[in-house]
Design a protein around this ligand. Sequence first.
Ligand SMILES: C=C(O[C@@H]1C=C(C(=O)O)C=C[C@H]1O)C(=O)O
Length: 377
Amino acid sequence: MKDLKLAGLDSERSIIEVDGVKIGGEEIILMGGPCAVESSIQMQESAATVKKAGGKILRGGVFKPRTSPYSFQGLGLEGINYMVQAAKEHGLLCVTEVVDTRSLDLVVDKVDLLQIGARNMQNFELLKLAGKVDKPIILKRGLSATIEEWLLAAEYILSAGNSHVILCERGIRTYEPSTRNTLDVSAVGVAKELSHLPVIVDPSHAAGRRDLISSLSKAAIAAGADGLLIEMHPNPDEAVSDGPQSLTPEQFLSLARELGGVARSVRRAFDMGTGDSLEALRSQIDKIDRDIIEGLAERMQIVRKLSDQKRLDRVKDISREKEIIQRLMTLAEELNLPSDLIKKIYPLIFEYGVQTQIKSKLQDEKIDSSFYNLGSK
Ligand SMILES: C=C(O[C@@H]1C=C(C(=O)O)C=C[C@H]1O)C(=O)O
């Protein structure tokens, strides 16, 4: 794509690091918080939930570009202070949207990241100014922007001198009215193919309804997203904006736990939070144990199928077993797991695998012979 001189794919992907939080690295970063900052207590509760869920960045809008001029327009600077304070107390970073050059000037020294929203994606003066600041910019894709236009908007920021741009897919306008926008999952892959910049997904604005947030978040991770920006409110029914698409704190926490499993399946890291309580940690362990047993059950079913292709005296295959152990020991080392654990666990798994194949063969033979006996009568 021409003119993507700085945003275009480089030899290396960009990792944007803010106070130890790396966006675009191995870990998928969770960001959450209400659409609009409403009060100090609301931000304190939101920050506590984001932290507990393993999130790294607190979001909250104080300048709201609303569709209607009569909708709540945001608390401005008063709101920023509530968010900054809550983020600080909970060890989180914070991000807010800037809507014009004035709002950018007002918040740039207070927050850790700035967001340029969908409606301002082609506000070129704002993009140029964002290129002059020393803060990462989350650049949302415009409502009807092509991927090329989105990347060119990023190019404006990059070419003005700020190399810290994070792309955010938040749904585009289509003819489909059942969701607020249509999440363009393929945009994640396309943007990552064309550009070295990290790509995150905001499923909340895409869907406009909380019942879809979980599945869209999972889809985003599977599609390669480097982070998720999810709306969550301590009491969505009373939210001044976007209540219907905001998760409750409980939903946010349980979603974070589920996302860990999806991230694992695509070989990405995901912090499911410590939740700091024994109960929260045990619930994470329970979830992983379930994944392990389900994986083992699936493995056993496949192993069993292999029996059709082997002679009874060839069921055990030592060279295949050695090859598996070797490969998994290398993987274990990479994942900081003691490799001798593999040597202890796998022979048992193989033993049961061999037994199940033998049983399955014997059963088949019994059926064969009874069939034969029947036929010879
Ligand atoms: C499944 C197989 O049969 C046996 C069971 C194995 C396993 O559980 O992975 C590996 C080798 C064999 O001893 C196979 O041959 O692949």
